[in-house]
Design a protein around this ligand. Structure first.
Ligand SMILES: Cc1ncc(COP(=O)(O)O)c(C=O)c1O
Length: 453
């Protein structure tokens, strides 16, 4: 903590001093800098760091930039500019991205900043981390206590939150839900081919409309052994047991639990449950988050905590044969989960677990912020007299807007707000997705943009 604060201060001081000399000590919008968002906590200039809370700067990168004569510098969010993001651009013409479901709001006072360190001698050889042995298998093995800590933390986290049973499962880790979804599709495709005795048998991958936009691409990339299908194609594939259904609960972008979606088509052993949003931080009705037990349950630290850049995902897998094939996919694609990231992500998970029940309970704080942001945007839509409405129950990090007067993109293109078009998620063109889990200053600009509609 002390080390982190020292580094942050050092960079803040260096960057601010350089810019103060260049631009004059105060930017033109200094009075706005301390402005508190409707729900955000007021922050002093010092807390807001060298980029005034309007951009990111990564002090640790000086370790490699030094060699090229660079220093860490601010990378400003859309609609802010200047060496320390001191300028606000014209709201009508500046370009603002809201097409990624990210959650960096956790870095602004919810998860304490802290330094995670490792040396260049840390676990330099192959680690074979794919299926993680149970705590009973690692407790007496000093070299594997890192795995013991990670596994125990996950068991405790699921138990404390009450969202998944973990007993009787194999734990498979991978590079985010991305890699684990691919691993699950691959495993089923392999097992279907083996069962049919046909190495060219095609496995059909399906997810209900209102799916995560990348899913079709992920299946098509593995053609001809995998194919993406709509509902009709899925029903046909189920008749010869070649269907894999990706069940996203709650769904992205409609935020619906599986029980509020269409009845499932695939048999339970060929369902892959993508539960990256199945946490009380992302879903407001906590009573509806219950410990479920599905054949494959996938989670990730991207959607749980906002650490998408660090690519940690985990899957609880019931069938040994499926877990073995998933591990095979991890092995042939990346050999194993990376050592430094295992340490990094276990630290994050331990911090989240430790926060439960405290005044800064991670799940409570994230939900509070996501809910208040959604309500704030709904109030803006209300002022449009029904031209724009939100279709998604508030509580998660995105919403699906409906545009009553035609295709949505014309309206969002006109205000330079980069949204996800409805058809990318299998939804109509008079809808579009807005993601809003970003930092507060970024979110403030989303609201200002929506006020232009
Ligand atoms: C439903 C769903 N599953 C998986 C992912 C990917 O998660 P990860 O970053 O862990 O690969 C996303 C990302 O947006 C998502 O929305």
């Amino acid at each position: 903590m002390k080390y982190a604060a020292a580094i942050a201060t050092l960079v803040a001081t260096a960057v601010a001093a350089a810019h103060a000399a260049k631009d004059g000590a105060k930017g033109p919008n200094r009075s706005r800098r301390l402005k508190k968002g409707k729900t955000g906590k007021a922050k002093s200039d010092k807390d807001r760091g060298p980029c005034n809370g309007r951009g990111t700067v990564f002090a640790e990168e000086s370790q490699v930039l030094d060699a090229y004569g660079f220093a860490p510098a601010c990378s400003c969010f859309g609609c802010y500019s200047g060496d320390y993001c001191q300028y606000e651009e014209d709201i009508a013409t500046c370009k603002l991205l809201v097409s990624d479901a990210e959650l960096p709001l956790t870095t602004e006072g919810i998860l304490e900043p802290r330094q995670i360190t490792f040396s260049n001698t840390y676990r330099v050889v192959y680690q074979s981390w794919r299926i993680i042995p149970t705590p009973a298998e690692t407790v007496n093995n000093n070299n594997n206590h890192i795995l013991y800590a990670m596994y125990e933390t996950l068991i405790k986290l699921h138990a404390a939150v009450g969202n998944a049973k973990t007993d009787g499962y194999q734990l498979v880790v991978g590079l985010g839900a991305h890699q684990l979804l691919q691993a699950a599709n691959f495993a089923h495709a392999k097992l279907i081919q083996d069962k049919k005795g046909d190495p060219s048998a095609v496995t059909t991958i399906y997810s209900e409309d209102g799916y995560w936009s990348k899913m079709p691409r992920m299946a098509k990339a593995f053609a001809p052994s995998q194919a993406w299908a709509d509902k009709g194609g899925a029903m046909a594939a189920e008749t010869d047991e070649s269907l894999v259904q990706l069940v996203v609960s709650p769904s992205n972008p409609l935020n619906l639990l599986a029980e509020d979606q269409d009845p499932l088509i695939a048999a339970k052993e060929r369902q892959v449950w993508d539960l990256v949003y199945y946490w009380p931080s992302c879903f407001t009705d906590k009573a509806r988050i219950t410990p479920i037990e599905k054949d494959i349950m996938i989670f990730s630290s991207s959607k749980l905590a906002g650490y998408a850049g660090h690519r940690f995902g985990w899957a609880w897998v019931k069938e040994d044969a499926v877990a073995t094939q998933m591990a095979e996919f991890i092995s042939v694609t990346t050999q194993a989960y990376p050592a430094a990231e295992m340490l990094y992500n276990t630290v994050i998970l331990e911090d989240i677990l430790a926060s439960i029940g405290t005044d800064n309970d991670f799940f409570v704080e994230v939900q509070k912020e996501l809910m208040s942001r959604c309500l704030e945007m709904e109030a803006v839509f209300e002022a449009t007299g029904g031209r724009f409405t939100n279709l998604t129950p508030c509580g998660n990090m995105y919403l699906q807007v409906e545009c009553s007067e035609g295709e949505c993109m014309q309206y969002f293109d006109a205000i330079n707000l980069v949204v996800t078009p409805g058809p990318d998620d299998g939804l109509p063109a008079n809808t579009a997705r807005i993601a809003f889990g970003y930092e507060r200053a970024w979110f403030d600009k989303i609201v200002q943009k929506l006020e232009l509609l």
